[in-house]
Design a protein around this ligand. Structure first.
Ligand code: IPM
Ligand code: MG
Length: 361
């Protein structure tokens, strides 16, 4: 099978971590008799430098012509980078939001798993993490605050800014269905997270999720307020299977969940639409402070590539092979600096990629 993959290396550590994921993909393709053809796409700061805007129509078209897109990260240091002198709609992040919208990538899956080997990097007490945990954050990605109307006005010398959080029932229903579908393949529990004690959008969210739940009698549904969920994630992360939530809550909770797995450098993600197409990216940012140093953790990107094989190409065996290779490298004690602990072997980005590629079988 030929896999036509769009590649957005992006900014900061993006190029380094994507290079390693491509290495692992190429090795996997070789072992299993596939070929990968890559289309390099510019987005974020890299696109601003060339085109003056973070995403061009041409790039969107090329992305659409691919079977899937693998992405690194976009953005720079907001204090020092010239990209942040541009108006907000021309900054790197605007490119990411636009590609999600243009490709209708409404379902963002962010798995947070505590690897046995990485317990040492987890900041939680051992009695809390005993037995590990394995949750899937299902984040709505094309609605809510990040896409609502926003404005800043000045009246009588006083500045006022507003962002609106808007969801219609169809947007809620389609993400809820995805959440329940995923739960059916897992431990059959959905925790729907909202702020229904205050927000109208959350009250509608809850109502629609309850309607959808009726179609999935085997799945246990619970509702949780977002502030409580933030607390429960560090108090008892084992209780979660699928966390289903709107855009901003999911953004925040997924960073929190990544930290309890030991490092954001471990958290993969898939952004899917109604078709097989998906955009796959690590959940972490571009980390400009460590860019170019060869020390970034490529594992989240490599695991995102595994998700791509699974969801966009139905290549489950191949995806398993990548996940096993990652587990093996960790088991042997190799660590990038972010997940380093005593007695382990510290290695750089490229060495990590080489080792994982070497273990693909
Ligand atoms: C993420 C990031 C993005 C988001 C930013 C860069 C716009 O934080 O993917 O979680 O908020 O969605
Ligand atoms: Mg985020």
């Amino acid at each position: 099978m030929n896999l036509k993959i769009g590649v957005i290396k992006g900014d900061g550590i993006g190029p380094e971590i994507v290079t390693e994921a491509m290495k692992v993909l190429d090795k996997t393709a070789f072992v299993y008799g596939h070929t990968c053809s890559y289309e390099q796409l510019l987005m974020g700061g890299a696109s601003i430098d060339v085109h003056g805007i973070p995403l061009t129509d041409g790039t969107i078209q090329t992305a659409k012509s691919c079977d899937a897109v693998l992405m690194g990260s976009i953005g720079g240091d907001a204090k020092t980078s010239p990209w942040y002198k541009l108006e907000p709609s021309k900054r790197p992040e605007a490119g990411l939001l636009r590609i999600r919208k243009e490709l209708n990538l409404f379902a963002n899956l962010r798995p947070a798993v505590l690897y046995e080997e990485l317990k040492g990097a987890c900041p939680l007490k051992e009695e809390i993490t005993e037995g590990g945990f394995d949750m899937m954050i299902m984040r709505e990605l094309t609605g809510g605050l990040y896409f609502g109307e926003r404005k800043t006005v000045e009246e009588n010398g006083v500045l006022t800014a507003a962002d609106s959080l808007c969801y219609n029932e169809n947007e809620i229903r389609r993400i809820a269905k995805r959440g329940f579908d995923i739960a059916m393949k897992r431990r059959k529990k959905v925790t729907s997270v909202d702020k229904a004690n205050v927000l109208d959008s959350s009250r509608l969210w809850r109502k629609v999720v309850e309607q959808v739940a009726k179609e999935y009698p085997e799945v246990m549904l619970e509702h949780m307020l977002v502030d409580n969920c933030a607390m429960q994630l560090v108090k008892d992360p084992k209780q979660f299977d699928v966390i289903l939530t709107e855009n901003m809550f999911g953004d925040i909770l997924s960073d929190e969940a990544s930290m309890v797995t030991g490092s954001i450098g471990m958290l993969a993600s898939a952004s899917l639409n109604e078709t097989k197409f998906g955009l796959y990216e690590p959940s972490g940012g571009s980390a400009p402070d460590i860019a170019g140093k060869g020390i970034a953790n490529p594992i989240a990107t490599i695991l995102s590539a595994a998700m791509m094989l699974r969801f966009s190409f139905d290549l489950d065996k191949e995806a398993d092979a990548i996940e096993k290779a990652v587990a093996k490298v960790l088991k042997e004690g190799y660590r990038t600096i972010d997940i380093m602990s005593e007695g382990k072997l510290q290695i750089g980005t490229a060495e990590m990629g080489n080792l994982i590629a070497g273990y693909i079988e």
